[in-house]
Design a binder for this molecule. Structure first.
Ligand code: HEM
Length: 402
């Protein structure tokens, strides 16, 4: 196949909707593409078109290929919403830049997020998880798990690592909700972005006066980045550091409550927790709208020719359901070896925070299941507010009882 931008049958409109399908499964249209036409054309909000790459091997091939650029300032880069275009217009964080600039910035953080360092955080993360559950359960038998546990846990941890005062969580959580909402107006995105940028620039300035050993403080001391670059990096870490793990925690809990046999297996044998976290990452793939790239040369992927300057979205959620790699991919099986999943992406931009996310998710689920053996949903399943409107999937609230 050889279709240029705007040509060919652009049957799918993105972001694809899950309406009418199971809320734990990828959008039916995107799943259909994986089965019927795994590299296909799709239409974006502004009428432009891009490629959709949906199978595991093809997704990995694109994400590992330096000829596909993650630089959001390149013409043809596919933005999922008007707000997303606004988000990366100025001072893009390194997630949307290419090597060597991407590598230069990422290298400044690798030591902070390496496995050994994150594993050493376990006692601290455990303490925070226990304190949150103490507070949530004291004198009560029901609560919103998102507000009281799933969100504050990673939020407190990333604040601690960065040196951001947690008292300001109302401020930065509200801004990150605006940035991640697919329906936010570009002006709202710009304002939220500027608010966060200013906040983190001021924080960088204050660390210059009073260093505290946190990541922002050490970036300031290094002296290799200006305050605007430090603020962009801080923004990325702050948002990625709490929204993702928070949603995985709440959505995983809901998924297990809906799969009582799998939940019972985990309760019986907590040694399954580590593997179960990988399986939940695979099965739920909360970064659900496709990782964006743009071709810098003509490249053949899965038999289709993608021309230089054409945008590509790699749907890691469909890749993680690909039966060629994960037999019965639509089935949750906490005993499965799911470690090859691409829920953290693949290639040079693969998630920097994954060792931290794993520690947080393992501790959050293990502690929740151990301490609340009677945990159950407190509202009818149909009333759970799924995050169809957000760039990171999950639930807005999860009313539970115990
Ligand atoms: C990148 C997912 C937690 C920081 C990514 C990417 C994915 C992802 C899919 C690749 C984006 C791309 O290639 O375009 C997740 C999931 C998480 C999680 C599912 C939790 C369950 C975290 C945490 C942090 C973090 C806790 C903490 C700081 C980052 C950063 C990048 C990234 C900095 C950009 C890496 C680069 O461009 O080199 N993440 N993430 N993530 N993630 Fe995560």
């Amino acid at each position: 196949r050889d279709a240029g931008p705007g040509e060919g049958p652009a049957a799918l409109t993105l972001p694809a909707t899950r309406a009418g399908g199971c809320p734990f499964d990828p959008a039916p249209g995107v799943e259909r593409a994986r089965r019927e036409e795994p590299v296909t054309r799709a239409t974006l909000w502004d009428g432009s078109s891009c490629w959709l790459v949906t199978r595991y091997e093809d997704v990995r091939a694109v994400l590992a290929d330096p000829r596909f650029s993650a630089d959001a300032t390149r013409p043809g880069f596919p933005f999922l919403t008007a707000g997303a275009r606004e988000l990366f217009a100025k001072t893009p964080a390194f997630i949307r830049t290419d090597d060597p600039e991407h590598a230069r910035q990422r290298r400044m953080l690798t030591a902070d997020f390496m496995i050994k360092k994150m594993e050493a955080m376990r006692p601290e993360v455990q303490r925070i998880a226990d304190e949150l559950l103490d507070r949530m359960t004291e004198g009560r038998d029901a609560a919103d798990l998102v507000a009281e546990f799933a969100l504050p846990l990673p939020s407190l941890v990333i604040c601690l690592l960065l040196g951001v005062p947690y008292e300001d969580h109302g401020f930065f959580q509200e801004r990150s909700r605006i940035l991640l909402n697919l329906g936010s107006a570009p002006e709202a995105v710009r304002t939220a972005q500027e608010d966060l940028q200013r906040y983190l620039s001021e924080l960088a300035e204050s660390k210059r006066q009073t260093p505290d050993g946190g990541i922002v403080s050490r970036l300031v001391e290094r002296g290799e980045l200006d305050d605007a670059e430090i603020a962009s990096m801080g923004r990325l870490l702050l948002i990625a550091g709490h929204e993702t793990t928070a949603n995985m925690t709440a959505l995983s809990t809901l998924t297990l409550l809906r799969n009582p046999a799998q939940l019972a297996r985990l309760r019986q044998d907590p040694s399954l927790i580590k593997g179960a976290v990988e399986e939940l990452l695979r099965y739920l793939t909360i970064v659900h709208n496709g990782l964006p790239r743009v071709a810098t040369e003509d490249i053949t992927v899965g038999g289709a020719t993608i021309r230089a300057g054409e945008g590509v979205l790699c749907t890691i959620n469909t890749a993680n359901r690909d039966e060629d790699v994960f037999p019965d991919g639509a089935v949750l099986d906490v005993g499965r070896d799911a470690r090859r999943h691409v829920a953290f992406g693949f290639g040079v931009h693969q998630c920097l925070g994954q060792p931290l996310a794993r520690v947080e998710l393992q501790i959050a689920l293990e502690t929740l299941l151990r301490r609340l053996p009677e945990l159950r949903l407190a509202v009818p399943f149909e009333d759970v507010p799924f995050r169809h409107d957000m760039g990171i999937y999950g639930v807005h609230a999860l009313p539970v009882a115990w």
